[in-house]
Write a protein that binds this ligand. Structure first.
Ligand SMILES: NC(=O)c1ccc[n+]([C@@H]2O[C@H](COP(=O)([O-])OP(=O)(O)OC[C@H]3O[C@@H](n4cnc5c(N)ncnc54)[C@H](O)[C@@H]3O)[C@@H](O)[C@H]2O)c1
Length: 275
C-alpha cells in the first residue's frame, strides 16, 4: 500500500461522525489502519442529538471498504478507565500508536454570566480534560517507540472569543495550551504535537436546529440565514468549511511532510481570524 500514512496506526476520537469521521476516512485513503473511538450516545446538557453506535459501526465499514484495518471502540474520553482501556486495546492488538487525533468534542451555549455549573463543568470535562486524558493515555506508547504525532482539533475560539461561548472558548484556549505543553515535553522523544483550529464546519455540532435557532434568534432558522451570518464571520466568500478540509490539515500535520513542525496551531478558518 502506498500513501502518505502507509503502515501507520492512527487513533481518532470523535470518529462516529463529523470531523473525526472525515479524518478516519482520509487517513485510511492514505494507507493508515484506524482505531475509531467515540462515546456514541446523547450527552446530558448538550442541546443536540449525540452520535449513534450505528454511525460508529458505519465508519468502521467505510474504513474497511478502503482496504484498511479498523476497530471501533465505544469510550468516554472524560473517563480515565475507559480511555486508558481503549488505548491499551489498540496497543495490545496492533502493537503501537503512530498518530493520535483528538477530535471528540461537544457544544452548548449561553451568556457568560448565565451558564449553569453543569454546562461549564461538562464542557471543561469533555473539551479540555478529556482531550488531555486522551493525549496522556497515548503518550507512553509513543515515548516507547520514540516517535508519534498528535493532532488536537481546537477552534478559532482557541484564539478569540465569541458571544455565548465562554465555556467553549475557555476549553479551546486550554487545548492550545495543552497542545503546546505536549509539543514541548514530547519533542525529546521525537513526538510532534500540533492543532488544527477550524472556523464553522458543516457537521451536526453546528448544523442542528437548536444551534441554528440560537444563531438566527428565532425558531425555524434556516441554513440560508446561517449562510448569511457565516459569510460575515469568515473572510473568504465561503460560509463554512467541510469536514474534509479539517481532515486534510490533520493529515498534513500527522504525516512525515510535517516532520519539522511541532507546537503549531493551524487555522482552517476561511480567514475568520483576519477579522
Ligand atoms: N463543527 C464546527 O463548526 C467546529 C468548529 C471548530 C472546532 N470544532 C471541533 O471539532 C471537533 C469535532 O466536532 P464535529 O464538528 O465533528 O462535531 P460532531 O458533534 O459531529 O462530532 C463530535 C463527536 O465527538 C463525540 N464525543 C463527544 N463527547 C465525547 C466523549 N466524552 N467521549 C468520546 N466521544 C465524544 C460525539 O459522539 C461525536 O461523534 C470538536 O472538538 C469541535 O469542538 C468543530
Amino acid at each position: 500500500m502506498t500513501g502518505r500514512l502507509s503502515t501507520k496506526i492512527a487513533v481518532i476520537t470523535g470518529a462516529a461522525r463529523g470531523i473525526g469521521r472525515a479524518t478516519a476516512l482520509r487517513f485510511a485513503e492514505e494507507g493508515a489502519d484506524v482505531a475509531l473511538l467515540d462515546i456514541a450516545c446523547d450527552i446530558p446538557g448538550v442541546p443536540y442529538a449525540g452520535a449513534k453506535a450505528t454511525q460508529l459501526d458505519n465508519v468502521r465499514d467505510e474504513v474497511e471498504a478502503l482496504g484498511r484495518k479498523c476497530m471501533a471502540l465505544v469510550a468516554d474520553i472524560t473517563c480515565t478507565d475507559q480511555i486508558n482501556e481503549a488505548i491499551s486495546k489498540v496497543i495490545s492488538e496492533w502493537g503501537r500508536i503512530d498518530i493520535l487525533v483528538c477530535a471528540a468534542g461537544i457544544d452548548s451555549w449561553g451568556k457568560a454570566w448565565e451558564l449553569s455549573d453543569e454546562q461549564w463543568q461538562t464542557m471543561i470535562d469533555v473539551n479540555l480534560t478529556g482531550v488531555w486524558k486522551t493525549a496522556r493515555a497515548a503518550s507512553p506508547a509513543m515515548i516507547k517507540q520514540q516517535s508519534g504525532a498528535i493532532v488536537f482539533i481546537g477552534s478559532v475560539l482557541s484564539h478569540r472569543a465569541n458571544k455565548e461561548f465562554a465555556h467553549y472558548t475557555a476549553a479551546k484556549h486550554g487545548v492550545l495550551g495543552v497542545m503546546r505543553a505536549f509539543a514541548l515535553e514530547l519533542a525529546p522523544y521525537g513526538i510532534r504535537a500540533n492543532s488544527v483550529d477550524p472556523t464553522v464546519v458543516h457537521t451536526d455540532m453546528v448544523m442542528n436546529q437548536a444551534y441554528l435557532d440560537r444563531l438566527g434568534g428565532h425558531n425555524g432558522t434556516t441554513l440560508e440565514e446561517a449562510r448569511a451570518y457565516y459569510l460575515k464571520w469568515n473572510t473568504l466568500p465561503i460560509p463554512w468549511a467541510e469536514p474534509v478540509d479539517v481532515a486534510n490539515a490533520a493529515l498534513f500535520l500527522a504525516s512525515e511532510e510535517a516532520r519539522a513542525i511541532t507546537g503549531v496551531a493551524l487555522p482552517v478558518d476561511l480567514g475568520a481570524l483576519l477579522k
